[in-house]
Design a protein around this ligand. Structure first.
Ligand code: UDX
Length: 439
């Protein structure tokens, strides 16, 4: 099948490359000429494990190409995917759909023969209806169906998530889209992946409901971690104790500094707005958003507490990891963006290292001193803070870290190390939701 993918951001690029790998002929289209040039030169605009090789292999085999002008690709496509950004609209938290609607208008002018138009971008309920209206108004003669097919890709594991998903959700209003969408995902039949066909609005809401539930789950365990600290219990054991119950499940029960990233913060907020506008407020999710925002900010206080006060004048803090999670260079809504300024506001000097995120971080973090490696970052610091659980921070040479620090203090916001080991090595170690006595 022939696919045009509008938008070569994270979702568009991964989805385009994976559809090509499934055997379809895919053209990824983007208005950003520099990005298309880079992609044509084989360089990726984002860091995602395995993506560069996957793109190279499919370009070589002639199934994947990149274009600034999507006209040819859209005219000949069986399916046109909209995978443009839907950022939070400034001021009100609603999803900004201007890129989606602009894409719809462009597609309207070009489609030729029966074409399925698929939203991959995360869009509020009813967006598919509006896309249909836009295209119909511009091209009353066009033969098309608008479909919702949300992505559930985790950054850092996106290719695996695309090729081995737990499920695929497809929202259709026109039955003619069903065989075409089934054919697009046919390689997943091998793994017997459930393909769930629903109505379009249901599919749009399913995406938000999934992200909101996961954000809620993380927030639940984060609050439980605070309670564990007050009561002398261990949140990791609580998480295991509840996670082994199949009804609860063990995933997304890792306590930390609060969720970040390109999806959870934006999507929970957009869902809250949608629900309020619909007169059916989601109080659980409203509270989740509030708790998570406050939590990210509060992490700096933990660092100050580890140094025995609230004033960090003259102190140097080493941050290891800046991205919102490992294996990405994405800094969107990363907890480090709250923590670093708060530390500096308390008087600290912040020196930091991240394996992939420093280029992005440098644009967003005024005043932070960026260092070349973890040991560089730690040198001369009063405390080392693990912000992101990159693999290379899981196996640090702790004796070397101890020598480089002014005092052996570690704040581990990802529970990478074991309190008893750190104590044995002579560190003052504080982590999330684990008993005071073991710290
Ligand atoms: C998420 C969804 O998982 C994916 O399905 C969706 O389509 C896009 O959003 P992503 O943002 O890439 O993916 O990362 P994810 O692995 O879900 O982590 C999100 C945030 O939650 C990170 O900041 C992470 O550190 C945090 N998190 C996750 C926790 O704090 N604890 C956990 O147990 C899991």
């Amino acid at each position: 099948m022939r696919v045009a993918m509008i938008g070569t951001g994270y979702v568009g690029l991964v989805s385009g490359a994976c559809f090509a790998d499934f055997g379809h002929v895919v053209t990824c289209v983007d208005k950003d000429a520099a990005k298309i040039d880079r992609l044509n030169a084989g360089r990726m605009p984002i860091y995602e494990p395995g993506l560069e090789d996957l793109v190279a292999a499919n370009v070589r085999d002639g199934r994947l190409s990149f274009a600034l002008d999507g006209a040819d690709a859209i005219r000949t496509a069986d399916a046109v995917f909209i995978a443009v950004g839907t950022p939070s609209r400034r001021g009100d938290g609603h999803a900004d759909l201007s890129y989606v609607y602009a894409a719809a208008e462009e597609i309207a002018d070009l489609i030729n023969g029966f074409t399925v138009i698929v939203t991959k971008s995360t869009v509020p309920v009813g967006t598919g209806d509006e896309i249909e209206r836009i295209i119909r108004a511009r091209r009353p003669d066009a033969d098309f169906a608008v479909v919702s097919n949300p992505e559930f890709l985790r950054e850092g594991a996106a290719i695996g998530d695309f090729k081995r998903p737990d499920r695929v959700v497809v929202g259709i209003e026109d039955e003619r889209a069903r065989p075409l969408m089934t054919e697009l995902y046919r390689p997943l039949n091998l793994n017997e992946t459930p393909i769930l066909f629903t109505g379009r609005r249901t599919s749009e809401l399913t995406k938000y409901a999934a992200n909101a539930f996961l954000a809620l789950k993380i927030t639940f365990i984060n609050e439980m971690a605070d309670l564990c600290e007050s009561l002398g219990a261990d949140v990791q054991q609580v998480a295991r104790g509840i996670g082994l119950d199949n009804r609860i499940g063990s995933k997304f029960l890792h306590a930390g500094p609060g969720y970040g990233g390109s999806c959870f913060p934006k999507d929970t907020l957009a869902l809250v707005r949608t629900a309020t506008d619909a007169g059916s407020p989601l109080r659980l999710i409203e509270t989740t958003v509030e708790i998570n925002d406050a939590r990210k900010k509060a992490m700096a206080d933990r660092v100050a507490a580890a140094l025995g006060g609230t004033d960090l004048k003259g102190k140097t803090v080493a941050l290891l990891g800046l991205t919102f999670k490992p294996n990405t260079d994405d800094m969107r809504d990363a907890p480090s963006l709250d923590v670093a300024p708060a530390l500096m506001a308390m008087g600290a000097t912040v020196q930091a290292f991240d394996p992939e995120g420093m280029h992005e971080a440098a644009k967003l973090m005024d005043g932070v001193v960026f260092r070349d490696g973890p040991y560089d970052a730690v040198e001369g610091a009063d405390v080392v803070v693990i912000m992101t659980e990159w693999d290379q921070f899981r196996a640090l040479d702790l004796d070397r870290i101890k020598l480089l620090l002014k005092q052996p203090v570690m704040v581990d916001l990802r529970n990478v190390y074991r309190p008893e080991d750190m104590k044995a090595r002579g560190f003052h170690y504080s982590s999330i939701g684990r008993p005071e006595s073991a710290r």
